[in-house]
Write a protein of this length. Structure first.
Length: 436
């Protein structure tokens, strides 16, 4: 881009405009004025771009809203050797992510106003992807006492969760749902019955038995979801199930939605693109929480993405350093990084014919924004100019060692994918330029 642009106007021309919120898929142009979208449409600049406006030729590539990632672990403060707000921001924009929501499992925990404000302030100062925090549902994530939800909501928390831990107590979950509902905010649950999952290393079943590894049964997800649906019914609260991974769990959510309960859910790319076989020869990069499930579970996740039971896709970015992963399987930490593979792996749903391109993009743009109540994920006049330009067909091989994330623990390492980010724009500023 030019060094100086006195008008503050930038025209993105010769683009394939994709806006899942409105169903727009057409050749056209988009104009930004400073931090916002000033105009967009198929007929824009048909007579040419007026002088004084900076021009970006999109060369027929896809111009879409920046991705909204609703589940990210940032590790700052407390574990900066695994990830920082800056390294996560660099990874995010390289992946086309312009807004991400972080879990509260930092050190100190995000359970007070100062911690909520710290994250937002640091992200603004860094100036890459926008960061919004979830706050802890219980103080210090201990599952004993509710956090000060009212104050945290006022400070900017988008919801309440105990992160990678389930809210174990039914009474506490009931009170959390009731309390959060007074602020029209949701409680985000890691749906896994803790006593059933305790000590488990991968999905329970024939493969785990053959490998001599203790298993986490699919029933752990279903039992927690069944319990929580009853509590949602009692309280009328808003409930979001994170990273659903089993056919049985999905069926419970589908039935709850049919009954009109205020329930939403997401999944992550590993659960529709991989199955338990990826654990292979004790591959710790495929040790995830929840664990990779059976092929029939994976097929059920794809079906639920098609029929709308699953509302959104999140990266579930969980950076772990080498000392946490390059150890025997039983000793390895759970989790995989996902910011830089969110777009191409989600696009596999379109490349494989499960969804059209707009349907796949919706899962990582306006759909998570709607669940979160964020004004994001749309090509709309007056909206923030948060954009991603990408080539949906361009193939590449995932090489985790080249990631911008501090940690390289990708379950998709060495996987061939299609879909490459060429440019990412946040508030009208180009923050990432790919290999054109």
């Amino acid at each position: 881009m030019a060094a100086r642009n006195p008008s503050g106007l930038v025209a993105y021309v010769n683009a394939r405009l994709l806006d899942p919120a409105t169903g727009l898929d057409a050749k056209g142009a988009l104009l930004t004025n400073g931090e916002t979208v000033a105009d967009v449409g198929p007929g824009l600049f048909q007579g040419g771009v007026p002088s004084g406006i900076e021009v970006v030729d999109c060369k027929g590539l896809c111009l879409a809203p920046g991705l909204v990632d609703m589940r990210v672990q940032l590790r700052e403060p407390g574990e900066e050797h695994k990830e920082t707000l800056k390294s996560a921001g660099e990874a995010a924009v390289a992946g086309g992510v312009t807004a991400m929501v972080c879990l509260p499992n930092t050190d100190p925990v995000i359970d007070d106003v100062a911690s909520v404000e710290f994250v937002a302030r640091r992200a603004r100062k860094i100036g890459l992807a926008k960061v919004y925090p979830y706050a802890a549902a219980t103080k210090n994530l201990e599952g004993k006492e509710l956090s000060e939800m009212g104050m945290l909501a006022e400070a900017g928390a988008l919801g309440f969760t105990d992160g990678v831990r389930a809210i174990r107590s039914a009474q506490l979950m009931r009170r959390a749902l009731s309390y959060a509902a007074t602020f029209s905010l949701m409680v985000v649950q890691h749906p896994e019955e803790p006593s059933l999952a305790e000590g488990g290393l991968m999905n329970e079943g024939e493969l785990a038995t053959r490998m001599g590894l203790s298993g986490i049964p699919a029933a752990a997800e279903a039992i927690m979801l069944e319990r929580d649906m009853r509590l949602v019914e009692i309280t009328g609260g808003r409930y979001h199930a994170a990273h659903v991974s089993t056919a049985e769990g999905i069926d419970i959510i589908r039935k709850a939605k049919a009954r009109g309960l205020k329930v939403t859910c997401d999944t992550a790319p590993p659960y529709f693109a991989l199955n338990e076989l990826a654990v292979g020869d004790y591959r710790t990069f495929a040790k995830l929480s929840p664990p990779l499930r059976t092929e029939s579970d994976r097929v059920a996740v794809v079906a639920a993405l098609r029929d709308g039971t699953i509302d959104a896709v999140a990266s579930d970015h969980a950076p772990q350093d080498q000392d946490s992963k390059r150890v025997p399987f039983a000793a390895a930490e759970f989790g995989g990084v996902g910011l830089e593979t969110l777009l191409p792996v989600t696009l596999e749903l379109a490349h494989n014919g499960h969804l059209d391109l707009l349907g796949a993009l919706k899962l990582i743009t306006c759909a998570p924004a709607d669940v979160l109540g964020l004004a994001a994920g749309r090509l709309k006049v007056g909206a923030s100019a948060d954009l991603v330009l990408f080539d949906p067909e361009r193939g590449w091989k995932v090489e985790a060692k080249k990631f911008r994330s501090k940690s390289k623990n990708s379950p998709f390492d060495d996987r061939p994918v299609q879909g490459m980010v060429m440019r990412t724009v946040v508030d009208g500023r180009t923050v990432y330029l790919g290999d054109c």
